[in-house]
Design a protein around this ligand. Structure first.
Ligand code: SF4
Length: 495
């Protein structure tokens, strides 16, 4: 029989409780059981006056932010609406049915009031929680970066010098005013429209796109965002997120640094590792990253710290496969020379300008009559070899990467670090920045990472505390009922 739902009619009284309506396995209930948010109040106390109208509790503010990042609600107006409508969100914030939830404007005020240190401390607390939940331990650190599209259009860029000009003095302003409004010029015909006149985008029409647009152009809406044009990303204004993930199965984000979109990854390795060390309190183990980080400087840096690097070497240019490589030459460290297959010594010749490489060259005239010339130095001159400052560390890394552990580490990096970015973008709104300016994007990055860490820690704590898994309980109960029903149990009754 088809049932027809009667039209809704409000009743005067309801026998309801938010406590009963939120399921036991709801994520927010797991988080509420696992995290004591009281640590937020001492962090925020210095930013409030001891007099005046009572504010919204900072714990409520951070819980609001956490809900927004956990459920990927990127608009603060929409978040405020959802907080009012969703029962689980109300319960988590501590607001009953009949209490008005805070307005969206409290979030932007809080961001301006607290400053980045408070948000970094919140992120730090999420790492500590993961450690307490048993998710974080000493081991390899996986470093990677990803581009985040800025909340600004790449079509609204203006010449950089327009903004860089200092304000005019009063005398200069008046002088320009008279020059530009010369009465004699009124009789003249206005110049015909030209293709080379200024356009609304601040560029002259027909002007060629400059090879390095970030040097001469900047966004009107977000001057700190930089233009990135890559096949896998498109042409957008962007920021970059550099993160370290660590722990069992790389589940915990232990460092998060936001930079402009064109910042080179290799320059951020030291900062990311330092933040990982500072926030996690763990000693650094193996460092795993992709080839963008494989510069001589980074190998030298990690080698001097005594860390094993699982980073493929960055190779600039195309190496000719038909010419003997460095593996055909023997390095003699005590003499600081390379010994070639013909027995000649390649000595230190010059430091390559702007790089961390030294050039070694065969003695003048030695290669001209060599029987290996076609294989070793076919271009005509003396053969040269380049050696990086930390070449011994590079060779150690190459040996590590050739082994089974090296291959395993590189696969783990793909799964853990890139997996974290995938989740952050798909579920937690990191595909696009919510705010403008690097400082605010850094706050967004910390809050996204904190939300992901807290979610994992809460689930881990809940799974540990669960007395018996439901499936296991069902098996035990079924076995018990079968046993009760068995002949062995009934036999004495029939006897
Ligand atoms: S070409 Fe020059 S560097 Fe190469 S093997 Fe002969 S002598 Fe040695």
């Amino acid at each position: 029989m088809m049932k027809q739902q009667p039209r809704f009619e409000a009743r005067w009284f309801y026998n309801l409780s938010l406590e009963r309506l939120v399921p036991d396995d709801h994520l927010l209930r797991l988080i509420a059981n696992a995290v004591d948010f009281a640590f937020i109040r001492p962090l925020c106390r210095p930013f409030y006056s001891h007099t005046g109208r009572p504010s919204v509790d900072p714990v409520v503010l951070f819980k609001m932010l956490l809900i927004g990042y956990l459920y990927g609600i990127t608009s603060e107006r929409r978040l405020a609406r959802e907080l009012s409508l969703n029962l689980a969100y109300r319960w988590f914030l501590g607001y009953d049915f009949d209490q008005p939830t805070p307005d969206h404007s409290v979030l932007s005020k809080a961001r301006a009031r607290f400053g980045p240190e408070v948000f970094e401390s919140f992120f730090h607390r999420s790492i500590v929680l993961c450690r307490e939940a048993g998710l974080l331990e000493e081991g390899p650190v996986y470093v990677d970066s990803t581009l985040i599209q800025a909340s600004a259009s790449a079509d609204l860029m203006v010449p950089r010098e327009d903004r860089a000009q200092p304000p005019l003095s009063i005398e200069e302003y008046v002088r320009r005013l008279y020059t530009e409004n010369d009465p004699g010029s009124e009789d003249e015909e206005p110049p015909p429209p030209s293709d080379t006149g200024p356009s609304v985008r601040g560029r002259k029409r027909g002007e060629k796109v400059l090879p390095q647009p970030n040097r001469v152009l900047e966004s009107k809406t977000d001057p700190e965002a930089t233009l990135v044009n890559r096949p896998d990303f498109g042409r957008h204004l962007a920021y970059k997120a550099h993160v370290a993930v660590a722990g069992k199965r790389g589940q915990v984000i232990t460092a998060a640094v936001a930079t402009t979109g064109i910042e080179a990854d290799e320059h951020l390795l030291a900062e990311v590792l330092w933040q990982h060390r500072r926030l996690s309190g763990l000693k650094l183990g193996d460092v795993v990253a992709d080839a963008k980080y494989g510069t001589s400087f980074n190998f030298l840096y990690l080698g001097r710290l005594g860390l094993r690097a699982f980073i493929p070497l960055t190779r600039f240019g195309v190496m000719r496969k038909d010419i003997w490589g460095r593996e055909h030459f023997r390095w003699l460290p005590e003499e600081d020379v390379y010994l070639c297959p013909a027995g000649e010594k390649l000595r230190r010749h010059a430091q390559v300008r702007g790089t961390q490489r030294v050039q070694y060259r065969a003695p003048r005239g030695s290669c001209a009559a060599c029987r290996f010339r076609d294989l070793c130095a076919p271009s005509g001159g003396e053969r040269t070899i380049h050696r990086s400052w930390g070449q011994e560390h590079v060779e150690r890394t190459e040996a590590l990467l050739a082994g089974p552990l090296g291959k395993q580490r590189l696969v783990q990096r793909k799964v853990y670090a890139e997996g974290a970015f995938g989740l952050a973008k798909e579920l937690h709104g990191l595909r696009r920045t919510r705010f403008r300016g690097r400082r605010r994007v850094q706050i967004q990055l910390w809050l996204t990472a904190a939300a992901m860490n807290i979610k994992r820690a809460a689930r881990q704590i809940a799974s540990k505390g669960r007395p018996v898994a439901p499936a296991l309980l069902a098996v035990v109960l079924t076995s018990l009922l079968r046993w009760l029903d068995s002949a062995a149990f009934q036999r004495p009754l029939n006897a």
